[in-house]
Write a protein of this length. Structure first.
Length: 147
């Protein structure tokens, strides 16, 4: 029981989790406004506004700095991790999404030729710089409010 108590009282971890959950909830709200339908599948979806990956790691780094000190080794580690995730979200994963889109178009041409294709690739993988910035701002705000 002590283990779970420690986990749920870890302020840095809870800040990161709340920031991720809030980002995912915002995606659902944006979709509701856009389509007038609630899409609960977005709670675990990648891509979209704001970037929940960015929100999570920036909240983690900011909370670590606020609690452990901005001169601590833990803050340095969390910040480096955040930069890697931010770069990956708008760079590598976004390009993978673009490649998936092109492959799906090619597969559509194959299907049009009469060959059955089982499944399309997921296209919404990465983020635009604005989506990453939205997640970054959300992460900072959540960390400041919770700490």
């Amino acid at each position: 029981m002590n283990f779970f108590n420690q986990i749920f009282h870890n302020q840095i971890l809870m800040t990161a989790i709340v920031s991720w959950a809030l980002a995912q909830l915002i995606k659902i709200i944006i979709e509701l406004i856009r389509t007038h339908r609630i899409n609960w599948q977005l709670i675990f979806a990648t891509g979209g506004m704001p970037s929940s990956h960015s929100s999570l790691v920036v909240a983690l780094a900011t909370a670590t700095g606020l609690i452990q000190g901005f001169d601590s080794s833990l803050f340095a580690i969390a910040t480096v991790l955040a930069f890697v995730v931010l770069y990956d979200a708008q760079g590598i994963r976004r390009q993978a999404g673009n490649q998936a889109r092109i492959i799906n178009r090619m597969l559509q041409n194959v299907e049009n030729a009469g060959i059955k294709v089982d499944k399309n690739l997921k296209e919404l993988l990465g983020h635009t710089p604005i989506q990453v910035m939205g997640g970054t701002i959300l992460g900072i705000i959540v960390a400041l409010v919770m700490n």
